[in-house]
Write a protein that binds this ligand. Structure first.
Ligand SMILES: NC(=O)c1ccc[n+]([C@@H]2O[C@H](COP(=O)([O-])OP(=O)(O)OC[C@H]3O[C@@H](n4cnc5c(N)ncnc54)[C@H](O)[C@@H]3O)[C@@H](O)[C@H]2O)c1
Length: 254
């Protein structure tokens, strides 16, 4: 499959590529011919994504990366350049959500960890991706926010703040780097069935059915639903779109 498809000749980098939406996006980019850099803190998950891509005859590289660590992010982008010589697309997707209580219960350590991975991590990724993209002649970045980047949600203040911040950062980056031919957009997923969703909601089909019943399109989202929006935002079809976000939530926030 390598060498054909709408992303043939391009290099895509996906953070948090070892599970969930990141894995779905990495596989989708590879199916369309991109060479993919899979970055994650979880080696087993990252290796498995690379194995899935290789099993389909495409090319991928795993780089163990904590996106909250500036040195690791710089090394991730350096590894992409060393392996593939360029960077055309990036899905800055790695994120965590570990709070389950009101703002007054959120500890300083939780706040720092969540903002560190979700918001600082997104900034660090763009900081190091953008110069390589510019040297590659331009590119497209998609940051993974959330519907709680747009509206509030109880019991998760640091996460909500981090996701609102990602949308602001997306607009700032889009303006700062438009002249270099770099577009920066975001996706805002709703309830998407991934390991993070299962950790948050539990593995209970009856609970899932109640959540699905509250979603206008009548089902939970799948990682591939988000991967398709990410691909569109990285493709030539969206070449006049920057600083925007696409909500992928089955109508939940409508
Ligand atoms: N699942 C949902 O319902 C939902 C909804 C809206 C937004 N999101 C956001 O979508 C993104 C992906 O979520 P998911 O549900 O696929 O999550 P997931 O937990 O299933 O997968 C996330 C991946 O990111 C990796 N990761 C975590 N911290 C990292 C770090 N510091 N550096 C590098 N990698 C790291 C994990 O190891 C994991 O492989 C996250 O940013 C999340 O906040 C999820």
């Amino acid at each position: 499959m390598a060498g054909t498809g709408s992303f043939a000749g391009r290099v895509a980098l996906v953070t948090g590529g070892g599970a969930g939406m990141g894995r779905a996006a990495a596989v989708a980019f590879a199916r369309e011919g991109a060479r993919v850099v899979v970055a994650d803190v979880d080696m087993a998950g990252g290796d498995e994504t690379v194995r899935l891509i290789a099993a389909e005859g495409s090319e991928a590289l795993f780089v163990r990366t904590d996106v909250a660590d500036a040195g690791a992010v710089e090394a991730m982008v350096h590894a992409a350049e060393t392996a593939y010589g360029r960077l055309d697309c990036a899905f800055n997707n790695a994120g965590i959500n570990e709070e389950h209580g009101p703002l007054t219960d959120c500890t300083e350590a939780q706040w720092d960890r969540i903002l560190g991975v979700n918001l600082k991590g997104t900034w660090l990724c763009m900081k190091y991706e953008i110069p390589l993209m510019a040297r590659s002649g331009g590119g497209a970045i998609v940051n993974n926010a959330s519907v709680v980047g747009l509206v509030g949600s109880r019991g998760t203040p640091a996460y909500v703040a981090s996701k609102h911040g990602i949308l602001g950062l997306t607009k700032a980056a889009a303006l700062d780097h438009a002249k270099e031919g770099i577009r920066v957009n975001a996706v805002c997923p709703g309830a998407i069935y991934t390991p993070m969703y299962v950790r948050r909601e539990g593995a209970d089909p009856e609970h899932d059915a109640r959540i699905a019943a509250g979603i206008p399109l009548g089902r939970l989202g799948q990682p591939e639903d988000v991967a398709r929006a990410v691909q569109w935002l990285c493709a030539g079809e969206s070449s006049f779109v920057t600083g925007e976000h696409i909500v992928v939530d089955g109508g939940e926030t409508v």
